[in-house]
Design a protein around this ligand. Sequence first.
Ligand SMILES: Cc1ncc(COP(=O)(O)O)c(C=O)c1O
Length: 371
Amino acid sequence: MRIETFEMERMQSTWENIVEYDLSESGVRPLSLRELMAMGFDLEKFLDVPLGYSQSNGTLELREALTQIYPGATVDHIEVTNGTSEANYLVALSQIRAGDGFALETPNYMQLWGVPRSLGADTRTFRLRLEHCWEPDWDDFDRAVTEKTRLLYVSNPNNPTGSVLSDNAMKRIVDRCEKTGTYLIADEVYQGAEVAGDRTKSFWGMSDRVIVTSGLSKAWGIPGVRIGWIVGPKELIAECWAQHDYLTIGPNKLSDQIAKIAVQPENRQKCYARTREVLNHNLGIAREWIGSFGGFLEWREPQAGAIALVKYHSDIPSVELCERIRTRQSTLIVPGKQLGVEGFVRIWLGGREAYLREGFRRIGEEFRALQ
Ligand SMILES: Cc1ncc(COP(=O)(O)O)c(C=O)c1O
């Protein structure tokens, strides 16, 4: 199976450990095991866990804990995976046949652009619009999601805009899926990483056409644990498990154990609270910095996620601009092009203050040279 390069991931893995300032990330600064222990996670008993194979679809205890987050789900509605990315991949792999229709919003995390195309799906996009508070262009949406569309992929909260869909928009998306017989993959990995206000509503439970993917990478701040999950109709979960057996067999045993502790309600809230604190602190710094360009930079503040999608008023293509910032300033950010939108860049907001400020200063030098 041939597959095109996943431009953003390859760009990050090539440069993120080489540049002096990596502002290409999207979650809050990751926690260490020591920090998790200081937050009250009981990790001591790990030392006695025999490092055998784990339950390939996730231990019963972990899946039981996850059912608490998704009302109505049983352990058979859940598959635990190696990160949200494997969750998305397994759904695509198990459901797409050559010639099927696939739709996704842009801008987006573009994993489910390359994967469905490699599986022979007729892959279409519909735009989210800054001038509509990053809600879908509904004409585009109706054109992209038809009776031929087997799967529709949205990220909510969205990467890279950080926006959260309104109740109306969610209903409209689900209604369309019911009408066209489409499965919705709702990637909710940023749920719990809201800057303020209520937790983002889950699509789970709105229809039997809904599949949710998520994981510990963003709101929990522990992407290196590599735990994600799929919540969906039982038969579909069984099909994903069948693919999982061939792909990685299952998640790693230590990670399953950490996840079991991390998803307990009290620990979950602690991680969410820490994420919110980091985001609130850093958003103020970003607001001031963006404002200092006097209209040259434009954005809608993210509602969730450690990400700022910033429009710059210049004709320079985003890939060229980011290359310039990397080579001249040793600072990495993501070109909009790699997220399905030109004329924008995505900048990380999840780091420590001094790191963030120096990264902004370096990026700012190149923006000012364009002004
Ligand atoms: C929307 C979205 N889904 C999935 C992923 C991958 O997540 P994970 O690290 O849990 O595999 C990302 C990573 O940035 C993302 O933004």
